[in-house]
Design a protein around this ligand. Structure first.
Ligand SMILES: Cc1ncc(COP(=O)(O)O)c(C=O)c1O
Length: 402
């Protein structure tokens, strides 16, 4: 029997590293294999990995939740009501949307599953989804998994990765249904301006499209840059699903808690099918995250840490001849142009051997990421360890010979 003939077409190109080598940090067991070889991992968007980093008040809440014994049981598939209330307050404070926690919010096991779930209620066979590139790798595969088609829309470093509406217009067909947007963007760190998002909103509304907007990094936007929620722009609320996560700003990726926000006509569908798609989210983790929302001051400390590291990386990488980067606007990673040295794939391999660090090949973020490295300087709790590893990479790049 040839099982390949039975696989749905959306999964036809998917490889898990069992029968071919896949050097992507989040595929298969790459991270644990490299970790065992003593390679430092700067390739996983996981703040402070692998160091212990649960703030005291959240740890206490988690342990107390476990001691009640209740976390042996399910929470409703749509999520814990108190948690949604806490999230609703934050959303209203951040962007002015008067969100009803019982009609507009749903808790998901992280935002990766939330993203695919959100898209699944819109994307039908052969529907086209406009995806900006470079952006989050799942954005390119998700439309295909759902039977649709990914249509790549380029953005360019020279243009500060602005969303160029003419590029979107050029790719519009009668089959276009959705725009998928990562804001702030991973890997470029772009936190799109209100003006740019309004231009995109106009295009979406005029062409009667829907939007799924991934705001996993919304709490890690640096001074001088704005964080605008697309759903708060006039005309967008009724056609947008926004995805959120506690993985990045709160640094709680292992808790696996995320949220979907949408208008109640959209949410009715999501509430009705949550059990089919995501089951339910971890009960103890949800109880602990309620406490995290009660005192958010730790997040500002994290944001400052990421901002310090972004400045350090900017100076270190720009000091290397033929290597360049812009100062990041958000996130905890650097987006570094190495195209004058060699292919980004070769540089990734070189850094693994010479600096004993795994970083990401920019090509994994879409074809327009080729020639770049994504380097997660937000790993390790101690700033100095991050600085030292950045220096190790910069020194190795300085010595690079083709
Ligand atoms: C842009 C973006 N969205 C979503 C996710 C998924 O995060 P999680 O499933 O932990 O919420 C990631 C993780 O790296 C990400 O970078």
């Amino acid at each position: 029997m040839n099982i390949k003939n039975k696989i749905a077409r959306g999964y036809a190109d998917v490889q898990g590293g069992l029968f071919s080598s896949v050097e992507k940090a989040d595929v298969g067991d790459v991270v644990s294999r490299l970790g065992a070889r003593g390679i430092d991992i700067m390739a996983w968007a996981d703040p402070f990995f692998p160091d212990p980093s649960i703030p005291e008040h959240i740890l206490e809440a988690y342990l107390n939740a476990l001691k009640t014994g209740f976390p042996a049981h399910y929470t409703m598939p749509i999520g814990n009501t108190q948690l949604k209330e806490a999230m609703a307050k934050k959303i209203t404070k951040d962007c002015g949307i008067d969100v009803d926690p019982n009609r507009n919010l749903l808790v998901t096991p992280g935002s990766d599953s939330g993203l695919l779930f959100a898209m699944s209620i819109f994307v039908d066979y052969e529907d086209e989804v406009l995806v900006h590139s470079p952006s989050y790798p799942s954005n390119f595969l998700n439309p295909k998994i759902l039977g649709g088609k990914t249509v790549v829309v380029p953005t360019y470093a020279e243009d500060n990765y602005r969303l160029n509406i003419d590029e979107f217009k050029k790719r519009l067909t009668s089959k276009t249904k959705m725009v998928l947007l990562t804001n702030p963007n991973n890997p470029t760190g772009t936190s799109y301006t209100k003006e740019n998002l309004e231009e995109l909103a106009k295009f979406i509304i005029e062409n009667d499209l829907v939007a799924v907007v991934d705001q996993a990094f919304e709490d890690v936007v640096f001074d001088g840059h704005e964080m605008v929620t697309m759903a708060s722009i006039e005309g967008m609320w009724e056609r947008t699903i926004t995805t959120y996560s506690v993985s990045k700003g709160m640094g709680l990726s292992g808790f696996r808690v995320g949220f979907l926000m949408a208008d109640d006509h959209i949410m009715d569908i999501l509430y009705g099918s949550a059990v089919n798609f995501i089951g339910a989210t971890n009960t103890a983790a949800q109880l602990a995250v309620i406490e995290a929302f009660k005192d958010l001051s730790f997040m500002e400390g994290y944001r400052q840490k990421h901002m310090r590291r972004a400045k350090y990386a900017y100076e270190a990488f720009n000091s290397v001849e033929n290597v360049s980067m812009d100062l990041m606007e958000s996130g905890f990673f650097s987006w570094v142009n190495v195209s004058k040295l060699d292919s980004s794939a070769n540089i990734v391999n070189y850094l693994m051997e010479s600096a004993k660090v795994m970083v990401n090949d920019g090509k994994n973020y879409g074809e327009y990421g080729d020639g770049y490295l994504r380097i997660i300087h937000g790993v390790f709790f101690d700033d100095q360890k991050s600085f030292d590893t950045i220096d190790r990479i910069a020194n190795a790049l300085r010595k690079f010979k083709k």
